[in-house]
Design a protein around this ligand. Structure first.
Ligand code: FES
Length: 106
C-alpha cells in the first residue's frame, strides 16, 4: 500500500491508502476528493485534474511528458509543482506524496 495525501481547495486534508496501481486522478474521483474533476477521463485532454505536488515527490517521479506539459501550459494556476493527476501513476515512488488541489481547475 502507498499513502497519498490530497489537500482539497478548502484546506481539508484527505489521506488515502491504496495499492500501487492506477493513477492519482482515478483514486481522487473514487474517493470524492473535492476539486478534481477529471472531465476527459484521463486522456490528458481537459486539464481538470491539476494538482501541485510536494518537492520531494517531484524529484522521485518522471517529469511531465510533452502532452501533459502542453495541457498544463493552458492553466491559470500553473506553478513549477503542477502536474495532471491522470498522468501520475500510483507507483511505490509516489508513497508519501502530498498533492494540493488548486482552488479552480482550468
Ligand atoms: S483528467 Fe483530463 S487531463 Fe487529466
Amino acid at each position: 500500500m502507498i499513502k497519498v495525501t490530497f489537500i482539497e481547495p478548502t484546506g481539508n486534508t484527505r489521506i488515502l491508502e491504496t495499492p500501487p496501481s492506477g493513477d492519482m486522478m482515478h483514486l481522487a474521483l473514487a474517493n470524492g476528493v473535492a476539486g478534481i474533476l477529471g472531465e476527459c477521463g484521463g486522456t490528458c485532454g481537459c486539464g481538470t485534474c491539476q494538482v501541485h505536488l510536494d518537492e520531494q515527490t517531484l524529484k522521485r517521479i518522471p517529469p511531465a511528458a510533452d502532452d501533459e506539459a502542453d495541457m498544463l501550459s493552458l492553466s491559470d494556476y500553473l506553478t513549477p509543482a503542477s502536474r495532471l493527476a491522470c498522468q501520475i501513476k500510483l507507483t511505490p515512488e509516489l508513497d508519501g506524496v502530498i498533492a494540493k488541489v488548486p482552488e479552480v481547475q482550468g
